[in-house]
Design a protein around this ligand. Structure first.
Ligand code: DON
Length: 563
């Protein structure tokens, strides 16, 4: 309620206003908003909105800008997902997930005894999936953009050519690379104009990347998947032990897929279908929570955390068992997994006083990080974009062609690497996500749009590997059930459970020792850690025409820019 009152007094302002509430910050805009992991990229997206571009135009420009300013995750060598809801309430998605190369196989990361060669699925050029980002942005623009393509790529070219001012974060990365860890293959990566490693505040120019972007500006998708860029990718792969060929690049297509839909009370949820597991899992978990009476369950109480953990445990078991690339798994029970009846069954089997035990003969992987990036956008007409993209790990494979100036992903690591072998640690061997040529690897990225009365209400997403699903799920509950302003919802206590390993992961500073003790008595195995998620969200309260944005305080360079 407090938020609404604040809003009514602010409705006349058209400039961006940043307010501190709860120690965090919210940004207000009346005509549009971009929230991303990098303030310079958010500014570029907002400038496109001001020029009359729609949310898709701004998304294309923001994504290309992030490929320059946030190279640990923003990319043209990786892939991702875009959820779009237009002002009339129609939602759709664009899948630009990487694909396994034609020369890949289900045993490519195994030794002669059939065991996984430790780390091999994340290392070297064989870990690179056929990139999808340029195709995805191009398809989004072809279908739903309004400004000329070249106007959306140009700001990123300008940034790469004129130089990015190195933030503390990037300066620290530059030092790591100098000291031998990090990407070694990009000639002069993070060098300043004197050829030394750039320091905080210095300009970092990326000439080769600018040239690659110019070809994309001038030739669209073909500028990447055909012609000289594609030829150089294929030649670089061949010369250095990679398996991606010109044919892989020529064949790559981004796909428009129907959004996966659910409801939570009076809200509609539009999210990413497989090959992301995010939408199915978020909707399944919201459905399970709908069975409980949250009015009588306090936020952050033992009861609440237990219910969340048990809900997550079940959804992640279902994820491991059933989900993979829909083009290779034609019989995934998506309707069942997202149905209210199924959620009722799952809820009824939760013991409200005792932790279940995850079956160690099945399922599990714990992995997260901050090396994916999410942004949320809304334009003046109410069109909304929720986009998450990634190189998989920070700086992906760490390898790139010096002539092209960008880094390849290591997304092959998201496949189940050892067919048939699931253990209680991190390996899953279930069938739907086994490597096959041209298959897309299962993802946890969960760009989501929650709608109310047919209009976008909450645009949200996060990096964090499998924790993405759970942090997005909890942020939605924080807003809808616990009436939190967007910044508080983003920063509020989060937990993570993913079936196997059987651990309840919590944020050290945000759960009281008493709650921890009770949860342990209930049978949970607790694991404390730093913060979960790096959420970028926009709330669009129906009572006003003001958009409220917030970028997670864990994003050092992130920013919400409204106007
Ligand atoms: O698609 C996925 O689920 C992962 N490749 C995302 C990786 C990730 O989020 C890493 N760090 N934040």
């Amino acid at each position: 309620m407090r938020t609404i009152k604040l809003l009514s007094t602010l409705v006349f302002f058209t400039a961006t206003i940043i307010l501190q509430s709860n120690g965090f910050s919210q940004t207000y805009g009346q005509n549009g908003m971009v929230v991303s992991d990098n303030t310079a990229a958010s500014k570029i997206g907002t400038a496109i909105l001001k020029k009359g571009g729609n949310a898709i135009d701004a998304a294309v420009a923001t994504a290309f800008a992030l490929a320059v300013t946030h190279p640990q995750a923003g990319n043209i060598g990786g892939g991702g997902f875009l959820v779009f809801m237009d002002a009339s309430g129609k939602a759709t998605t664009i899948d630009f997930r990487e694909k396994a190369p034609l020369l890949s196989s289900s045993t490519m990361f195994l030794d002669s005894t059939g065991a996984l060669i430790n780390g091999s699925n994340h290392q070297g050029l064989k870990s690179v999936g056929v990139p999808g980002t340029v195709a995805g942005l191009y398809l989004s623009h072809q279908k739903y953009g309004s400004l000329p393509w070249k106007d959306l790529v140009q700001p990123a070219i300008d940034l790469a050519e004129n130089g990015v001012v190195l933030s503390w974060t990037l300066a620290a990365h530059a030092q790591q690379i100098k000291s031998g860890s990090g990407p070694k293959f990009l000639k002069n990566y993070y060098n300043n104009s004197n050829g030394e490693v750039a320091k905080f505040g210095e300009l970092w120019v990326q000439k080769e990347l600018a040239n690659t972007l110019k070809l994309i500006r001038d030739h669209g998708k073909d500028g990447f998947y055909k012609g000289e860029v594609a030829k150089e990718i294929a030649a670089f792969m061949k010369a250095n032990g990679g398996i991606i060929t010109l044919e892989d690049l020529n064949k790559y297509e981004a796909l428009e897929r129907e959004a996966i839909k659910g409801t939570y009370k009076e809200y509609e949820i539009f999210a990413m279908p497989p090959p992301s597991s995010g939408g199915v899992a978020v909707i399944e978990m919201l459905n399970i929570m709908e069975q409980a009476n949250l009015d009588s369950i306090k936020f952050n109480s033992t009861e609440y955390v237990h219910l969340l953990a048990e809900t997550m445990r079940r959804a992640f078991a279902d994820r491991a068992e059933h989900l993979g690339d829909p083009d290779f798994n034609l019989d995934m029970p998506l309707n069942k997994l997202t149905s209210k009846d199924f959620a009722k069954m799952r809820y009824e089997n939760i013991d409200l006083n005792t932790a279940s035990v995850s079956d160690s003969s099945k399922f599990g992987q714990i992995y997260d990080g901050k090396s994916t990036t999410h942004f949320s956008i809304i334009d003046k007409n109410g069109n909304a974009v929720s986009l998450t993209f990634t190189l998989e790990q920070s700086y992906g494979s760490g390898i790139g062609s010096p002539d092209l100036g960008f880094i390849f992903n290591n997304e092959m690591g998201d496949f189940n690497p050892q067919p048939g072998y699931t253990n209680s640690g991190w390996l899953i061997g279930t069938n739907p996500n086994i490597i096959q040529p041209e298959k897309r690897m299962l993802s946890s990225m969960s760009p989501t749009i929650v709608a109310k009365n047919g209009k976008p209400y909450l645009i949200i997403g996060s990096p964090g590997g499998r924790t993405i699903i759970n942090t997005v799920f909890q942020t939605i509950l924080n807003v809808i059930e616990y009436d939190m302003p967007i910044d508080k919802a983003i920063e509020g206590m989060k937990i993570h459970h993913q079936w196997m390993p059987d651990r309840l992961v919590f944020e050290n500073d945000l759960m009281s020792p008493d709650t921890q003790r009770v949860l342990e008595q209930m049978g949970h195995v607790l694991q404390g850690r730093g913060n979960l998620g790096r959420l970028m969200g926009i709330l669009c309260p129906s009572e006003s025409n003001v958009y409220i944005g917030a970028s997670d305080s864990s994003s050092p360079d992130g920013g919400a820019i409204g106007y």
